[in-house]
Design a protein around this ligand. Structure first.
Ligand code: ADP
Ligand code: MG
Length: 300
């Protein structure tokens, strides 16, 4: 009963709040070299939530699995022009972008199975770390109507595809699954971000951390959340994403949870997370966020 009242209250708050639009395109890479932590789920649902509030949003599916393309309901069979053609054959990004049937202002550059070979094919390419950035800069500057957000869904590795995403982006969003090994491997991810900042993309910053698959009934989830917040007081969003069946079943309908179950707890949570992301930037546009320090002793 309390949960229902709480959800009603949250819905009402969302309905009353406005979500500001950024003046310049905000480009996020959604990264974590661990698989199954909620990268794709977060990418498509935050993107859909922002699109629902009126922003123009592009999702770039950089994972050969193509799960983001599936969830956004866009074609991504082998013959479809995809992000592979952009990275390897210099297609303009505009030639592969499709409109998602989910929302009018939501677009996706799909991944196809060919992308599985790109990691190796990129090795011998000229400017191999900058290919996505170059294509995205051209797309953003030539778009007839400006895009407010770009989200890049990364594969679970720190290879050349992920490096391309880090170089193309301005902000990193890390989804962290609220479970025992949550912080394991995070030092490695932070080191990679520092290396990218040093050598390839100095303005890149870790702006956002989102706790996913959160089970508030367990002490463990609370402990993990406290731990992550202690290390990243600024970056961690207040909103946590609960474990919810509707979130995990939405992709099998070719949908995001935002359209699949618009008033459920999964949707509300992602809408709140998206509003926080939009508002934080408005508050902190002039101030630099603290750059996270390496996680001494935090990996357990
Ligand atoms: P990644 O992209 O990091 O590999 P996914 O977003 O694909 O992770 O999520 C891994 C699995 O967990 C998927 O089956 C997804 O549907 C499920 N999942 C993600 N977030 C939630 C959630 N909040 N509640 C329930 N299931 C979730
Ligand atoms: Mg994924």
């Amino acid at each position: 009963m309390r949960e229902i009242l709480d959800l009603t209250h949250r819905r009402k708050n969302l309905a009353q709040s406005t979500v500001p639009l950024p003046e310049k395109t905000r480009i996020f890479t959604v990264s974590n070299q661990k698989g199954g932590v909620g990268k794709t789920t977060t990418t498509v649902n935050v993107a859909a939530a922002l699109a629902k509030s009126g922003a123009r949003v592009l999702v770039i599916d950089l994972d050969p699995q193509g799960n983001a393309s599936t969830a956004l309901g866009v074609d991504h069979h082998a013959e479809v022009p995809s992000i592979y053609d952009v990275l390897i054959d210099d297609f303009p990004l505009a030639d592969v972008v499709q409109k998602s049937p989910e929302f009018d202002t939501l677009y996706c550059a799909p991944s196809t199975i060919h992308l599985a070979g790109a990691e190796i094919e990129l090795v011998s390419q000229v400017a191999r770390e900058h290919r996505l950035r170059t294509a995205l800069e051209q797309f953003v500057s030539e778009a007839e109507t400006p895009f407010h957000y770009v989200f890049i869904d990364c594969p679970p590795s720190l290879g050349l595809l992920t490096i391309n995403a880090f170089v193309a982006a301005k902000e990193v969003l890390i989804p962290i699954q609220a479970e025992y090994y949550a912080l394991e491997g995070l030092s490695q991810l932070l080191n990679s971000i520092h290396m990218i900042q040093k050598h390839l993309n100095p303005p890149l910053r870790l702006s956002t951390i989102l706790l996913t698959m959160y089970d508030g009934r367990t002490n463990l989830a609370h402990q993990v959340a406290d731990d992550v917040r202690a290390h990243f007081p600024v970056e961690v969003l207040k909103t946590v994403i609960p474990r919810a069946v509707r979130i995990s079943e939405a992709p099998s309908f070719g949908q995001t949870v935002i359209s699949h179950d618009p008033s459920g707890v999964g949707s509300i949570s992602y809408l709140e997370a998206a509003a926080e992301i939009a508002n934080r930037h408005a508050e902190s546009a002039e101030t630099q966020h603290s750059t996270a320090t390496p996680l001494e002793g935090a990996t357990k």
